[in-house]
Design a protein around this ligand. Sequence first.
Ligand code: ZN
Length: 239
Amino acid sequence: MTSLLIADIHSNLVALESVLESAPPFDCIVFAGDVVGYGPRPNECINRLRGYALYAVLGNHDAAVIGKKDLRWFGSSSRQIIQFSRDVISSRNEQFLEGLPEKLTIEDQLMLVHGSPRSPLSEYIRSRQEVVENLNYLQLPVTVVGHTHVPAVYEVSKDAVEERKKSRLDMNPDLRYIVNPGSVGQPRDGDPRASYALLDPESKKVVFKRVAYDVQRVQQEMRNLGFPNFLRRRLSRGV
Ligand code: ZN
């Protein structure tokens, strides 16, 4: 049973399609939140996810669109697109977001959250320090997170937390791991290509992948909708 790990799609349908087309065969999608926000196609992205065997949690932008997170937590361009998403989202897709939990446990093997296990809708795991602060919450072998838009793996042993910089990882069954597959729709590690990962829980393998997509097509669509320049430009540079 291979899982496609994805996070932070952010209404970027072109990037999502590229990932789904180029990914090797998988049995289910494990989605770490933020299907909406920043981009032009919230409904289409949600519709696309619904077609798969799906494990998914709520992200902070998802929560804001359905009124579960206050808009003052967001910058002005984020707020503008959250408002746009509220205006265009279908009631069926609003219900989909309302049904998403903040935390999900899959077969006692994997925990899924958007930000961190301690604070799913706000905390970022972007260094070993934040992993250490979340140690009490890491009860399962693998925790999948998103939110930073930067792919990462942290390996947790009895007395150390290490960041593993590898595109392919064989997990040690005696250790615990935090895996962030990076962002599909708005990568921020300087590589504009969509980011995702594949996880095989039986063989304990994680493989990270990148796939190029037609960034200009998305930017044109955002321009037509009057989205802020800053949100368009960052897609070309992956920041
Ligand atoms: Zn995000």
